[in-house]
Write a protein that binds this ligand. Structure first.
Ligand SMILES: Cc1cc2nc3c(=O)[nH]c(=O)nc-3n(C[C@H](O)[C@H](O)[C@H](O)COP(=O)(O)OP(=O)(O)OC[C@H]3O[C@@H](n4cnc5c(N)ncnc54)[C@H](O)[C@@H]3O)c2cc1C
Length: 281
């Protein structure tokens, strides 16, 4: 049995985590409750983040940047009209998570904290250059999404820290898209690709998911591709650079070799979707 505690503030939650060495934060419970029921984790205390107002909601700051509270449910991210243009990719990723039940339960903070390599948010957040806001016993700090995943299910979060929000730069009017290949609709990705075009249409940001412990992004390769998006050979060279960074698993969702083969296909397919968005606009 775990004791459930319900702090009213981030500071109280951090203090409770510090006081109980075997405590864990509880967000939507979509993953944590299943892990606890399977005996994979045995927290003495569950620190329920649901009552903390600061962790809720999606807001714009004075520069137009977006702040997504860690307890924001996937369904609310998927329906958020502020996530347009270059940030539409995040909205699309949220809408492809699992099924309606999981999207109603799960939170962005819980998903990012869990850092499942096959989850949908991390590549989309890498493509958006997101920054995580965290709070812990040493105070508050920010972590770039690019420094966040440090190994398989290993993150830059220190003991006792919680994610409070995910912040994104102001959206710009440029297309972005997300695609995943999964065994069946609603499954985690076998491989995925998040992409956003630069506002001038010449360059892009792209991140591959589920082909390593964290999202794969190669900014040097993005620079080389700039101005050559309509050159199929240049696009395949770009895909090869991302595949060279991959460390794919052989698991129930696909072999490592299959995942590597999906990378160029996903990049080409997301580029086509982005080209369609450009034509429609
Ligand atoms: C059947 C099923 C299918 C799924 N399919 C997909 C899918 O296709 N794609 C996908 O991306 N995900 C999928 N998921 C995962 C889902 O998105 C979960 O919502 C997510 O992994 C965890 O979010 P949660 O809010 O429920 O967190 P919880 O389950 O409450 O917590 C997960 C972990 O994060 C920690 N934690 C929670 N919040 C914080 C915080 N703010 N700061 C620090 N630590 C925190 C917890 O202590 C725990 O270790 C699936 C889950 C299920 C059950």
């Amino acid at each position: 049995m775990s004791v459930v505690l319900s702090p009213g503030s981030v500071e109280d939650a951090v203090a409770m985590l510090a006081e109980h060495a075997e405590a864990m934060p509880l967000a939507g419970g979509a993953t944590l409750v299943a892990m606890r029921n399977a005996g994979l984790v045995e927290p003495t205390h569950l620190i329920n983040l649901d009552c903390i107002a600061e962790l809720r909601g999606i807001e714009r700051d004075t520069t137009g940047g977006i702040r997504i509270g860690a307890m924001t449910r996937h369904c609310d991210t998927a329906a958020c009209n502020d996530l347009t243009g270059s940030l539409l990719v995040l909205r699309r990723a949220a809408g492809m998570i699992a099924n309606r039940v999981v999207r109603n339960m799960g939170t962005m903070g819980g998903s990012v904290a869990n850092a499942d390599p096959a989850a949908d948010y991390l590549p989309a957040l890498a493509c958006c250059d997101a920054v995580l806001e965290v709070a812990g016993p040493e105070g508050r700090r920010k972590i770039s999404i690019h420094d966040y995943v440090q190994g398989w299910y290993e993150t830059a979060l220190e003991q006792g820290e919680i994610i409070t929000a995910i912040t994104l730069p102001a959206p710009v009017a440029a297309p972005s898209a997300y695609r995943k290949i999964a065994r069946v609709t609603g499954d985690y990705a076998t491989a995925s690709c998040a992409m956003a075009l630069d506002p001038d249409g010449k360059g892009l940001r792209a991140a591959i998911g589920a082909c390593g412990p964290g999202p794969l992004r190669d900014r040097d390769a993005e620079a080389v591709l700039r101005g050559r998006l309509d050159d199929p050979e240049a696009v395949l060279d770009f895909a090869a650079c991302l595949a060279a960074l991959a460390d794919p698993l052989d698991d129930v969702r696909g072999s490592a070799e299959y995942r590597l083969r999906l990378i160029p296909r996903l990049i080409t397919s997301v580029l086509s979707e982005i080209a369609l968005q450009t034509e429609v606009a």
